[in-house]
Design a protein around this ligand. Structure first.
Ligand SMILES: CC(C)(COP(=O)(O)OP(=O)(O)OC[C@H]1O[C@@H](n2cnc3c(N)ncnc32)[C@H](O)[C@@H]1OP(=O)(O)O)[C@@H](O)C(=O)NCCC(=O)NCCS
Length: 82
């Protein structure tokens, strides 16, 4: 819901997931996002790097999705995230 966006909830959610992955010794993370999704800017703001892309078929449409990656979550400074 739009009224709840841009209040830091997404950042806190992704940080909690990433920190839990590190706690479990899973030290990298990849998130697939449709290339036209405005959320791409969100993952870029959190330091995600575009690593790869691939086509995805949804119903009759073939779209493009991109992967944002954090190769080493142990090096991420979560306190610096916007
Ligand atoms: C994308 C989404 C998860 C982001 O969560 P959020 O709680 O709105 O984002 P945050 O407030 O934590 O944003 C942190 C920072 O990320 C960046 N950011 C967030 N949304 C952005 C957007 N749409 N475009 C560009 N940058 C964005 C900003 O730098 C923001 O800091 P600022 O508000 O101080 O400028 C959320 O808006 C959402 O669920 N959107 C609709 C569904 C969707 O597209 N989900 C993703 C599918 S992969």
């Amino acid at each position: 819901m739009q009224g709840y966006q841009r209040q830091g909830l997404g950042r806190r959610l992704v940080a909690a997931v990433a920190q839990e992955l590190v706690r479990r010794d899973l030290c990298s993370m990849l998130v697939w996002v449709l290339v036209d999704n405005p959320a791409c800017g969100f993952y870029e703001a959190l330091g995600g790097r575009r690593l790869r892309s691939r086509p995805i078929t949804i119903g009759p449409a073939t779209l493009e999705e991109v992967a944002y990656g954090w190769p080493d979550l142990r090096a991420v400074r979560f306190a610096d995230w916007p």
